[in-house]
Design a protein around this ligand. Structure first.
Ligand SMILES: Nc1ncnc2c1ncn2[C@@H]1O[C@H](COP(=O)(O)OP(=O)(O)OP(=O)(O)O)[C@@H](O)[C@H]1O
Length: 341
């Protein structure tokens, strides 16, 4: 484990496990077959025979899936494909249906029949949308809640006030650091419900990082976010990967998927129907069928299919994002230099 300049501890951050270099990521995935269930060089999550039915509906029926450590994997698929149910199952928020032997492991540890809090402690966390109750709490209280489970784990330590106090202080320090990182520090005493859509997404991400996860799972991180904050959110997701974290995210916006994914897994009718890099997957007839069969107006992010004026708009946006990233990289580099000196 190592600590980055913002104080977020991530395994392998900046070290051998870091996948900050695009060429290293391409090399890592170069020999992985673009096939459903393909084996990966170093899978952090391995899922077998995961089935979930609701009445007569088979929501999830995943035979085998491996998620590669240290990269950004997108989980895509038409509405009702089973993506959220799959997230719920692997994070312990739902249980697979009986009848078949589901098994899954995270970082080499078996997770079957494990509670959601144990999964989080094992290092796999997911973001949660701000519910009404969380909206009525302050931003800071939401952050402190994100750390729950860390405190009081050791009964003896929790009874010794100085130890408990010191842990409380550490948790608060971490919350302050993360709020700074996600530019939410000035909002710390505001009700979470008063935040904009994009700021809520940043808070969800910051809250998930309170437990120092190894892998973060984001359910539609860009939904309802304005274009300016989308760029910032995309940058944050990429930074997490660059610091050594594994990211798995569900997203409907195919331009976002193309922009940040190192690998894409496609679900349709509960099954994994395709895997590969984004270009391979989006030109796969099974993927086009899955989307077009479900809703004909889906934009698969293939810019060659766009009208000229729309393509120009996206090209301009991409340039803006690149310029913004270059600006941030320069700024961050200077900032880190200041901190080191
Ligand atoms: N609690 C539930 N009770 C009954 N059916 C459910 C339940 N949860 C999910 N389903 C059904 O399971 C299927 C998969 O739903 P799920 O929400 O996992 O899909 P999804 O890919 O996440 O869709 P979306 O992209 O629209 O969020 C759908 O047919 C849905 O109606």
């Amino acid at each position: 484990m190592s600590e980055n300049p913002t104080g977020v501890t991530t395994p392998g951050a900046g070290g051998a496990g870091s996948m900050a270099d695009p060429a290293a990521r391409r090399t890592l995935m170069a020999d992985v077959e673009a096939q459903p269930g393909a084996g990966k060089p170093d899978p952090i999550l391995v899922v077998d025979q995961m089935t979930r039915t609701f009445g007569g509906i088979t929501a999830v029926q995943v035979e085998h899936l491996e998620v590669q450590r240290g990269i950004i994997t997108a989980l895509i698929g038409p509405n009702g494909a089973g993506k959220t149910t799959f997230f719920n199952l692997i994070t312990g928020f739902d249980k697979p249906s009986s009848g078949r032997d589901a098994s899954w492991s995270f970082d080499g540890r078996k997770l079957d029949r494990t509670s959601a809090s144990r999964v989080a402690k094992a290092g796999m966390v997911r973001t949660f949308q701000l519910t009404k109750a969380l909206s009525r709490m302050t931003v800071m209280d939401n952050m402190m809640l994100g750390a729950s489970g860390q405190r009081g784990e050791n009964l003896a330590a929790s009874m010794i006030r100085p130890l408990w106090r010191s842990q409380e202080n550490q948790v608060e320090e971490k919350a302050v650091e993360l709020l700074g990182r996600f530019k939410l520090h000035e909002k710390r005493n505001d009700f979470a419900g008063s935040l904009s859509g994009g700021q809520r997404k940043l808070l969800e991400m910051a809250r998930a990082l309170m437990t120092d996860p190894t892998m973060i799972m984001l359910d539609e991180p860009m939904a309802g976010v304005n274009p300016a904050l989308t760029q910032s959110l995309l940058g944050h997701v990429q930074s997490l990967r660059d610091e050594g974290m594994t990211v798995l995210f569900v997203e409907h916006d195919m331009h976002v998927v193309r922009h940040i994914s190192d690998w894409v897994v496609v679900m349709a009718e509960g099954k994994v129907v395709a895997e590969g890099d984004s270009s391979t997957v989006m030109s796969n007839p099974a993927v086009i069928d899955a989307y077009l069969g479900a809703h004909h107006d889906t934009d698969l992010g293939d810019d060659s299919l766009l009208e000229a004026d729309v393509a120009e708009k996206y090209a301009a946006e991409a340039e803006e994002i690149e310029a913004e990233e270059a600006h941030h990289e320069g700024h961050d580099g200077a900032h880190r230099g200041e901190e080191k000196s």
